[in-house]
Design a binder for this molecule. Structure first.
Ligand code: UD1
Ligand code: UDP
Length: 381
């Protein structure tokens, strides 16, 4: 019998964990073909653990690297050094990384130094501006250089890779695994009545209104390039909107980064219709996404999930590496610009026609089978 292929998955943050969960489970279903090792850097601690629990993933190696208020030097250096030891001891045939975080970049670099091949999930997203998003655009460009297999979510991301001279035979358009995760989690909230009832009980304790029949806006934000003035503008826009629309509720699960927590709690506490809550588990977050009126965010993953649910997304960034949903009309860029945010939210609240134009449900990012396509490639590589 042929020997099993040794595959290691490494990730460290909430979105990587959500998007790698379907790949982890796809590989797990083939124990005769693959020896799978899950390594988490825990660049995020609490927000990673939330996802590990929801998706029933148990790390074989947990580097537990997060430090309060870490900066890019801390996290990049600690992942690179820790991965040296992990790769020396385990020597996988393939190291699978995801996306564009410090964990992605430093782990790919460690694999390159150790002579281990890298497969990059969610490859080829580009703004071609190294400052936006910072440092993610740099991280993903370098990871492409270091990878032997590129799992591109869309034709557009494939084209980006080919333009950079990457060999066409190493690029596979798979769809984005976030859609696999989304479908799985939504189904679970529908069939698991105990889970559903717990989620509803929890919302009843943290939200003083019924999320199923109240108009509410869902907000998230954490981009480094928005720290400082950007977050002040965003919070002032939200404060203005909360005063202007007292019957609309604003629900904001606040990212745990202190650069986000500080301005958000300082500027937005004390409003009856603004609800600052802790980061939610994936399934409850999706339930809010499904019921909200619109989403205001600078997140990458939410730009991919919301179109699937037909929700308008106002993206608080100047550029996006995910143009597919902008072209389809569900996503609009508003920057971290106070006046643009107020104007765009007000327009959607006040103008039914404009709102329905942005509320089309479509899936430019996949069909829920991306992880199976990645598995097929891993079998052959
Ligand atoms: C990171 C990624 C970003 C990704 C985002 C997803 C980099 C450079 N940035 O940004 O690409 O979009 O995650 O959310 O890789 N913290 C906690 N608990 C947690 C998570 C974070 O307390 O569970 C706090 C800690 O003080 C930590 C800080 O947030 O030091 C920053 O975390 P870090 O991963 O460095 O940056 P993010 O802004 O989360
Ligand atoms: N998310 C979550 N709980 C929350 C907020 C977001 O589970 O309270 C999920 C969301 O559905 C998406 C992912 O986290 O899949 C996005 O993570 P984030 O915005 O932190 O990172 P990005 O996608 O910008 O890298």
């Amino acid at each position: 019998m042929a020997s099993k292929k040794k595959v290691m998955l490494v990730f460290g943050t909430r979105p990587e964990a959500i998007k790698m969960a379907p790949v982890y489970h796809a590989i797990k279903t083939c124990p005769d073909e693959f020896e799978l090792t899950l390594c988490v850097t825990a660049q995020h601690r609490q927000m990673l653990d939330q996802v590990l629990r929801v998706f029933d993933m148990v790390p074989d190696i947990d580097l537990d690297l997060m430090k309060e208020g870490q900066d890019l030097f801390d996290v990049t250096a600690s992942v690179l050094l820790a991965m040296r030891e992990v790769l020396r001891e385990n020597r996988p045939d393939v190291l699978l990384v995801h996306g564009d975080t410090a964990t992605t970049f430093a782990s790919s670099l460690a694999a390159f130094y150790a002579g281990i091949k890298v497969g990059h999930v969610e490859a080829g997203l580009r703004t071609n501006n190294l400052q936006e998003p910072f440092p993610e655009e740099f991280n993903r460009q370098v990871t492409s250089k270091l990878s032997s297999w590129h799992f591109a979510p869309t034709d557009y991301s494939r084209e980006n890779l080919l333009k950079e001279g990457i060999d066409t035979s190493s690029v596979f358009v798979t769809g984005n695994t976030v859609i696999d995760a989304l479908f799985w989690a939504l189904k679970k909230t529908e069939v698991d009545s105990e889970m559903k009832s717990l989620i509803h009980q929890n919302f009843a304790s943290i939200l003083p209104f019924s999320f199923e029949d109240t108009r509410f806006i869902l907000i998230t934000g954490h981009r480094r390039e928005n720290f400082g003035d950007g977050f002040l503008n965003i919070c002032e826009a939200l404060r203005g909107l909360a005063k202007e629309y007292p019957k609309v509720q604003f629900v904001y699960p606040v990212h745990l980064n202190p650069h986000v927590q500080d301005p958000v709690t300082r500027i937005l506490s004390g409003f009856n219709n603004v609800h600052l809550i802790a980061p939610l588990d994936y399934a409850p977050f999706l339930i809010l996404l499904k019921h909200c009126f619109l989403v205001l965010t600078d997140s990458g993953g939410i730009q991919e999930e919301a179109p699937s649910l037909g929700k308008p997304v106002l993206v608080m960034r100047d550029v996006t590496e995910r143009p597919e949903a902008v072209e389809a009309g569900t996503v609009k860029l508003v920057g971290a610009n106070k006046h643009k945010i107020i104007e765009s939210v007000s327009m959607l609240l006040d103008d039914e026609r404009k709102y329905s134009e942005m509320s089309n449900s479509h899936n430019p990012y996949g069909d829920g089978k991306a992880s199976i396509r990645i598995l097929d490639v891993l079998r052959k590589c």
